[in-house]
Ligand binder design. Structure first.
Ligand code: UDP
Length: 323
């Protein structure tokens, strides 16, 4: 029986992964400090005798050493995420993402454990060549703009993971997660879909930042989790970087309109300049679309959920919370 360690397992993505792995017969251990995760996310897991969890930080070296030791494989998802959180807490972002990953990689390398390490599409930055391919240059903004600290911290994680693979044969796979959404995601740290849905259900104005022409490509969390599991089990993925997401593209104004329609809401769209929404040093990205050819060449990867179903599910989820 496979014993899987999920760092950040009480988070939005980690908790869905934990459920799926338990269903598949794994023993699952989660470590999460609940900084952005929530214990309720684990409600479906906690009754399972094959499930164990530690409310603690991944900086707790001796605990992490013990957990890595007991695990056969590790999904390292714990990180500071969310544009809002990153702008509010840049020191926390940089140190959690760099030091935390260093601990996970160092311990995994010592024991030769298989690791999936979560990076982000944010590392592509302001690249204008669409879609974004794994070998493209990273185009980041100035260090005076704190948003880019997130991309830099994750890029360092990627360098470190690949270096551990080269120097110590660590069986590691790097995944660049594009905007991942679905039930359980909170809008507290900036994520657009839960925020728009919340506003639509409350009949409040939908806060579209900028002119709303900027686009994103949203992947359903269950499609993303399936891809992560596929990559974990594919030996040819080791030592490589993969985009994970959905390549359907939608503008934020169209997304807002779709959510209003699906929620049968009376909300209007309110366009808010970026400098008002964040601050004058903020830079947004105009387009972000993954090139999925690399992952498709190696595992069977066909996202099941498009944006319409995603929006319907998030609306149903939030209605359930409000009921
Ligand atoms: N956004 C928006 N209104 C909000 C929150 C976000 O218009 O209340 C926009 C944001 O400016 C960006 C897009 O939605 O263009 C996606 O934002 P999110 O923070 O979800 O993720 P990002 O892709 O920027 O990391």
């Amino acid at each position: 029986m496979t014993h899987t360690l999920i760092t950040g397992g009480a988070g939005f993505i980690g908790s869905h992964l934990a459920e799926q792995l338990l269903d598949a017969g794994h023993t699952v251990t989660v470590i999460d400090d609940l900084s952005t995760g929530a214990i309720e996310n684990l409600d479906a897991c906690r009754a399972n005798p094959r499930f164990h969890y530690h409310i603690d930080t991944i900086m707790h070296y001796s605990l992490m050493a013990e957990l890595v030791d007991r695990a056969d494989e590790i999904y390292h998802l714990a990180a500071a995420v969310g544009v809002r959180l990153i702008l509010d807490k840049p020191i926390h972002t940089i140190s959690t993402n760099i030091r935390g990953s260093e601990i996970a990689l160092e311990l995994a390398a010592r024991k030769g454990r298989r690791v999936i390490i979560a990076s982000t599409s944010e590392v592509y930055g302001k690249g204008s060549k669409i879609p974004f391919g794994e070998e493209d240059d990273l185009v980041l903004g100035a260090t005076s703009r704190p948003r880019w600290s997130y991309a830099c911290s994750k890029a360092i994680d990627e360098f470190l993971a690949l270096a551990y693979h080269r120097e110590h044969d660590l069986p590691v796979v790097v995944v660049r997660l594009f905007n991942t959404v679905g039930p359980r995601q909170t809008g507290r740290y900036g994520m657009v879909i839960p925020r728009f849905v919340q506003q639509a259900l409350a009949g409040e104005p939908i806060t579209v930042y900028g002119d709303g022409t900027q686009t994103r490509s949203f992947g359903h969390v269950l499609d993303v989790v399936k891809a992560l599991r596929g990559l974990m089990n594919e030996p040819a993925a080791v030592g490589r970087v993969f985009n994970v997401g959905n390549d359907g593209e939608i503008s934020m104004a169209d997304l807002a309109r779709l959510i209003v329609k699906k929620a049968q809401s009376t909300s209007e769209l309110r366009f808010i300049p970026f400098e008002e929404a964040y601050d004058e040093n903020f830079e947004d990205l105009q387009r972000r679309v993954p090139d999925l050819s690399r992952i498709r060449a190696i595992i069977d990867y066909h996202p099941r959920f498009g944006i319409e179903e995603i929006v319907e599910q998030v609306i149903a989820y939030q209605r359930g919370l409000n009921a």
